[in-house]
Design a protein around this ligand. Sequence first.
Ligand code: ZN
Length: 204
Amino acid sequence: MTPLSTDVLVIIDVQNDFVNGALGQPGADAIIEPINALVRAFEHVVVVKDWHPKDHISFATNHPGAKIGDQVDVPYGKQPLYHEHCVQGTYGAELDARLDVMKAELILQKGYRSSTDSLSAFYEADDTTTGLGAYAKAREFERVFLTGLARYGCVLASAVGSVKDGFETYIVHDATAGDYNVEECDKLIAELGIRWITSSDLVL
Ligand code: ZN
């Protein structure tokens, strides 16, 4: 496979808190170099950041009596609770310094509303669009290649949104990390026609 001018590489949440901070993902260190190689290979690169206010709905600390891993009822359904992470303006929210994304055409921040989480780069938890799909269409991109953290969290949620917006959607396996709910998620991926590839399929 060769990256085309109608392809876009999307890098999700490769921020300090997800690499080795509050929500550090196993294997995250190993994805930096594959992502950098993909950035060199792609003409179009979009960077996505989790970007929460301190009083964000996904933080257990903002729900008195609740603990990490609990799910609370919110207007858009069930909200899982996490350690504080990617708080706007903090070190944890900064991109991993080893990431070479100087050429990125768009840096999109998600989850910036206190009341609403956003795992997906395309749709917030209440289904409000982030605008990424419209942007990608306006740029005449056709294929979306997803990388970043976590594989079955924000990356998968973004893949689902990408399919919903009509893009041919790929997840670059070795450019993602973090494993959970594998079986259930893999079933969803297959049903939606999302394709797994590795960076060596794209970068010689
Ligand atoms: Zn978050």
